[in-house]
Each structure stands twice: as C-alpha cells, then as structure tokens.
Design a binder for this molecule. Structure first.
Ligand code: PGA
Length: 259
C-alpha cells in the first residue's frame, strides 16, 4: 500500500532551540506510524541539529529551498551538497512564496529540480494557481505550465523520486481551504499529466500532497478525498499538537482503508 506523507513547512519560523524542542516533543508521538512518512522542513539554520536528532527516528528531514549550482559565488545561497551534509533527504522546490515573493521562474525551478535529483535529494515540487487565475478559469492551464516546465525531460526513474504538492495560492496561510472537489479535480489533472508524460502506473504511484490551510478540523475530510496522498502543512505544523492530530487523521483513514 502507498505510504502517505505529512510534511511540515516551517517557513521562516523557529530558531535552533525552538526547532530542537519541537523535534524532541514530536518524536515521542510518532514512534509507530505504519502508513505515514513524516518530513520536517525547518529553516536552514536548524537543519544540522534536527538532522542529528532525527537520525535515531523514522522522521525525515527536508529543506525549504536550495540553489541549482554545485558551488560558487552565490552569496546567501545553499547547495544540494550542503543540504545532504545535514542528512537532509527532501527539498521543497517552487513553493508559491519562492515563485511570487522571490520571483523564481519555472526555468529556475526546473534547474533546481534537476540538481536535486542528480544529488539524490527527493524534490517536493509545488504547483498552484492564484485566486485571479482560478477566477478567470485558468487553473488547469497554470498547473499544466508549471508541471510541464518543472518535469520536462525527466526519466521515469527520476520522476519516481519526485513528490508533487498542489497548493492553491489563495489557500496558503489564509484559513480558506480548498473544497474536496477543488482539490480532487486539481490532483486528478496532475495525475493525468504524469500518465501522459510517463504511464498510468507511475501516475498512480507518485504522491500528490495537498497544501493550503490544512488543520486538524479539515484534515479528515481532505485525506478521504480521491487522489490526495498527504499534506504539506505550514501554520498547523508550528505546534506539535495540531501537527500530530493531522498525522493521526492520515493514519486513521489509512487504517480504515486497509480493513
Ligand atoms: P499553510 O501553508 O498550511 O499555513 O496554509 C502551507 C504551505 O505554504 O506550504
């Protein structure tokens, strides 16, 4: 059975000590997860310490961004090798805040994706439309553009190492969550893009996460939605309790499915 994912995107929150305290607290609650992979994506400054703590656990470490070059004169940037030296295994790429606040282009995101894969990091590639794009009926074409530019030219093996996160921009940090219908429609579209670029087997295997105002009180409904294989969680991942409740919703849902 496919393993689902609960990924915490802390964004620019938590200093080193706060990250350590959270991790020590969280790992007590997520010792025996049978069906869910938990990934913590702290800020760069906490990666090394959290990586050390997570070595003895089943929780994975991810970064929130990286540069596409191997090394060089890129003041303020972090390379894939640097991430790997902290025991990081995943990296979020193309988050809407990177696209919209830091002007990352589809071609830059593609370069980052290729470097991540070459270095053995698993990308969590984010796609999603703005409110204006949705209201003007362009959701599918925006997703298609972002998908096509990001994954152009990948081999089946490379694609198999990718995770996709559908995050409608209007739902991120706003408290407005996508309805099950809106999320499932977008996830189906993305799956059919994978099927036409590769094949149906790979399309079904790849985990497509939903992100945007996921909370304990909506997680149960969302996780039962067709084609949602887990969550990328911002605000509700900043405290242990709501994050654990969301993880439990995923485990409970999958447990019921197995019966
Ligand atoms: P949110 O953020 O859960 O706070 O909406 C999600 C994200 O940006 O990944």
């Amino acid at each position: 059975m496919k393993r689902y994912i609960a990924a915490a995107n802390w964004k620019m929150n938590k200093d080193v000590q706060e990250s350590i305290d959270f991790t020590n607290h969280l790992t007590k609650f997520v010792l025996n997860l049978k069906r869910t992979d938990v990934i913590l994506c702290p800020p760069f400054t906490s990666l090394f310490n959290i990586g050390e703590l997570l070595k003895k656990t089943t929780v994975y470490l991810g970064a929130q961004n990286m540069h596409f070059a191997d090394s060089g004169a890129y003041t303020g940037e972090i390379s894939a090798d640097m991430l790997k030296s902290t025991f990081c295994e995943y990296v979020i790429l193309g988050h809407s805040e990177r696209r919209h606040v830091f002007n990352e282009s589809d071609s830059m995101i593609h370069k980052k994706l290729l470097t991540a894969l070459e270095k053995g990091l698993k990308p969590i590639l984010c796609v999603g439309e703005t409110l204006e794009e949705r209201q003007s009926g362009r959701t599918v074409s925006v997703l298609k553009q972002q998908y096509t530019d990001a994954f152009a030219g990948l081999s089946e093996g490379e694609m198999g190492n990718c995770i996709i996160a559908y995050e409608p921009v209007w739902a991120i940090g706003t408290g407005v969550v996508a309805s099950s219908e809106q999320a499932s429609e977008a996830h189906k579209e993305i799956r059919s893009m994978i099927a036409s670029q590769f094949n149906l087997r790979l399309a079904n295997e790849i985990r497509i996460l939903y992100g945007g105002s996921v909370r304990p009180d909506n997680a149960e409904e969302l996780i039962a939605t067709a084609d949602i294989d887990g969550f990328l969680i911002g605000g509700a991942s900043l405290s242990v309790e709501p994050f654990v409740l969301i993880i439990q919703s995923i485990e409970n849902y999958l447990e019921k499915q197995e019966k």
